[in-house]
Write a protein that binds this ligand. Structure first.
Ligand SMILES: C[S@@+](CC[C@H](N)C(=O)[O-])C[C@H]1O[C@@H](n2cnc3c(N)ncnc32)[C@H](O)[C@@H]1O
Length: 161
C-alpha cells in the first residue's frame, strides 16, 4: 500500500480500482487526527496519490461507510482509552466493504495482565468486537516480536461477508 511507509498515519483505507480498469494498485485514503502528522506526510511524499485527511476516526465521513476494500489498522486502538476504543472498533468495522478485508496489528495481553501505561496492549476480547460488528475472523496470530525485550503482539485479519 502506498501508505505503508507513512509511520504517523493512524490508519489507511483503500478502494480497489474497478474491475477491468487499466490502472493498477489501489486508490488510498489515509487519515490522522493530527494536522501535523498529515502535513508531514504531504511534505514527505509530495508526489503521492494518497488522499490524506485530517479526520478524527469517530467523526469520519458517513460517505466512508462500507466502501473500503482493504482497511489497515496499526497501533491506533491501543492508544485509545477503553470507552473510545469500543466505539473506534465499531467505526473501523463499519467502513469495510462487503467482501473487504481488515488487517489489524496491536500489542497483546491476557485479560488478567495489568494494562500498564499507554500504549495499552489489547486483549483478544477487544479484537473480538470486530466480529460482534459483523466481520468474520480469517486469521489470528499471537507472537513475540524481535524487539529487546520482545513485545507480545496480535496480528489479525477480518473479512466482511
Ligand atoms: C501510535 S500512532 C500509530 C501510527 C501508525 N499507524 C504506525 O503504525 O506507526 C497512533 C496514531 O493515531 C492517531 N490517532 C489517535 N487517536 C485518533 C483518532 N481518534 N482518530 C484518528 N487518529 C487518531 C495519532 O495522532 C497517531 O498518529
Amino acid at each position: 500500500m502506498g501508505t505503508a511507509s507513512a509511520p504517523s498515519l493512524s490508519a489507511a483505507v483503500s478502494v480497489m480500482p474497478p474491475k477491468n480498469s487499466p490502472r493498477r494498485g489501489f486508490d488510498v485514503d489515509a487519515f490522522d487526527i493530527s494536522p501535523t502528522a498529515i502535513a508531514w506526510c504531504r511534505q514527505r511524499f509530495p508526489r503521492s496519490l494518497v488522499r490524506y485527511h485530517v479526520t478524527e476516526l469517530l467523526a469520519s465521513p458517513s460517505a466512508w461507510d462500507g466502501i473500503f476494500g482493504f482497511v489497515l489498522e496499526v497501533y491506533t486502538l491501543q492508544v485509545l482509552p477503553p470507552d473510545l476504543r469500543l466505539r473506534a472498533t465499531r467505526r473501523i468495522a463499519d467502513v469495510v466493504a462487503p467482501g473487504g478485508t481488515l488487517f489489524v496489528v496491536c500489542r497483546g495481553r491476557e485479560p488478567d495482565d495489568e494494562p500498564g501505561h499507554m500504549p495499552w496492549p489489547l486483549t483478544r476480547a477487544d479484537l473480538d468486537c470486530f466480529v460482534t460488528h459483523g466481520l468474520r475472523e480469517q486469521s489470528f496470530e499471537d507472537f513475540l516480536d524481535d524487539e529487546d525485550p520482545p513485545a507480545r503482539r496480535f496480528r489479525a485479519v477480518y473479512i466482511r461477508p
